[in-house]
Design a protein around this ligand. Structure first.
Ligand code: CP
Ligand code: NVA
Length: 309
């Protein structure tokens, strides 16, 4: 069994295998109903336990549907109903019980430390469904969406991120190294990515450029990404932070600096970081991006169960 916690910990070869499997499975499901199982039923009878310490719509739905399409089932735990949240049971004991009842555990958490403790105590795969510093399942799915739309390997494309250096960008930086694609980042100087992560990327032949200007970052790009300025785990002065990002909104002017056939992606939910016309415009592929989470979660689950062909 394998965990799926951070993209940087997973070999490129395995990540590419996940994408390839998702491509093949998606094609094979044409005309299937949502809850119909894939023909090979690879996770027949397996139970995915999921828990969300933070809000979620897409991750919750996509993991539920993903395990059902693999012919398993899902149970969602509410943290406030567990002994754990009231201090009545340790995280280590909770992890051991989840491991004996279930076959995989997907957690959206407010703490990297919790993931570490769980990892030490679980004997079933642990999947990070978003943490303060990482959103690996989202970004792997976004690589899938980009290759699906652009019909070429992401290594031949220039990707641009405009906005906050948050969990999604951290995972995108890690993916840029693993998939070897060019990544331009446009952000205020004060909000540039962690030096430790940038140094890791540099050491591993990352092709990352940072611009303190959104137009320069967008120039010649194939994909423009952004995300909320205020993430769920942000405890800063939100009003002040929003003001500091006022020149980093993705609007039609910023889009005009990208390639003519550039696409716009956003993991959702959105705030004021993108104009309505771009978000709902022709270049925007955000709904296809959201739906693809199902296909990639399936192949992530199969990777965790060591069932990727
Ligand atoms: N993009 C994403 O993870 O959405 P949710 O927060 O709704 O799960
Ligand atoms: N960066 C956002 C992503 C939400 C899916 C957050 O952490 O709130």
């Amino acid at each position: 069994m394998k965990h799926f916690i951070n993209i940087r910990d997973i070999p490129s070869k395995e990540l590419k295998k996940i994408i390839l499997d998702a491509k093949k499975r998606k094609i094979k499901r044409k005309n299937f109903n949502t809850l119909e199982s894939d023909k090979d039923s690879p996770l027949k009878g397996k139970l995915l336990i999921q828990m969300f310490e933070k809000s979620s719509l897409r991750t919750r739905l996509s993991f539920y549907i993903a395990i059902k399409q693999l012919n398993g089932g899902a149970l969602t735990l509410r943290p406030d109903e567990l002994h754990l949240s009231k201090g009545g049971e340790s995280l280590a004991d909770t992890a051991k019980i989840i491991s004996t009842f279930g076959n995989a555990f997907m957690l959206r958490t407010d703490s990297e430390r919790k993931l570490e403790i769980l990892k030490k105590n679980m004997t079933i795969p642990l999947i990070n469904g978003l943490s303060p510093n990482s959103h690996p399942t989202q970004v792997l799915s976004d690589v899938f969406t980009i290759e699906e739309i652009k019909k070429k390997p992401i290594s031949n494309l220039q990707i641009c991120w405009i906005g906050d250096s948050n969990n999604v960008l951290n995972s995108l930086i890690e993916a840029s190294v693993k998939f070897s694609f060019k990544l331009n980042i446009g952000c205020p100087k004060k909000y540039k990515p962690y030096t430790k992560l940038l140094n890791w990327a540099k050491k591993n032949k990352g092709k990352i450029k940072i611009f303190y200007n959104s137009k320069d970052a967008a120039k010649g790009s194939d994909v423009i990404f952004t995300d909320k300025v205020i993430s769920m785990n942000d405890k800063l002065n939100k009003h002040k932070k929003l003001k500091e990002f006022k020149n980093y909104k993705v609007n039609s002017i910023v889009m005009s600096y990208a390639k003519k056939d550039a696409i716009f992606l956003h993991c959702l939910p959105r705030g004021s970081e993108v104009s309505n016309d771009v978000f709902l415009g022709k270049q925007s592929k955000v709904f296809q991006q959201a739906l693809n989470r199902i296909y990639v979660q399936k192949s992530i689950l199969l990777y965790c169960f060591e069932k990727l062909r």
